[in-house]
Design a protein around this ligand. Sequence first.
Ligand code: PLP
Length: 319
Amino acid sequence: MLQTSAQHDRILYVNGEFVPSSQAKISVFDHGILYGDGVYDTMCSWNYRVFKLDEHVDRLHESAHAIKLDIPQSKEKMKEIILETVLRNHLSNAYVKVVVTRGVGAEPLLSPYNCVPSVIVFAVPYMSQAGAAGERGIKMIVSSVRRIPNECISTKIKSCNYLNHVLVRMEANEAGADDGIELDVEGYVCEAPGYNVFVVKRSILLTPADNILLGITRSTVIELAETRGVPVTVGRIQVFDLYNADEVFLSSTAGGIVPVVQLDGRTIGSGKPGPITKMIHDSYQSLLESGEKSRSVRENLTITDELSNARDANHPSNP
Ligand code: PLP
């Protein structure tokens, strides 16, 4: 995804410095690489404004606190780094990722003590993880790979170990589907790789309560639905409820609102994105583009005038 040709050499933040991606380095002994020991968060920028920045940085810190990982930067400093990364890459609409790993310890062994955390922030042009299929609606299967439950590790932690979700996505793709529904060990619907799940039945929106990441898009969808008079129920959902839903859609920062039109070879509703899905999709898109609940990449920055001038000269329409 990160291209390293001169034209596409992105500027990354790595452990206290902004560096071109071709020169960015992280130790092979980093526990993020050795053990997947770390946390991350993903956000997006629209028209040079990062959506729900506070919520994303709060979630990152909560994930880190839950695994006893001290993020070296304060929340406010982290927000400045994120905004500056987007600005330095001159990206109007960006996909931004912050990764904090346990870092390097005295020995390349499992013990997390005495490690010095690593912090990476990068921004690339926004691309929907659902791709073109996201517009017309995606085809899914119910995965045979169950979601690792809260009893094993809190699903609220956005950790660097996504193997569970990767295996679900692979199974779905290899079966000819776009993605897979993840069930918990009891067989209830929880989520999809990188997405929360919503069901519409008789004009009521339903979404799972347990064994999920508390998605920031999920809470935005709930807010949008409630302010537009669509009742929302948070509870347990069975595969039967998905098969017989009027509409099903997924939500995530990286994918937006993605209609699901087929599951395990069964057509969902009309087989096309339904009216409530479209309403939520359009309201969400307008909210992103409005700049509400977003922070401008130029706010509170301590970047040099040189950088600012270079940006304005190259991109006169930038804010
Ligand atoms: N569920 C999982 C497992 C995720 O990884 C993500 C996002 O990466 C989501 C749900 C959606 O969360 P958000 O809306 O905050 O992007």
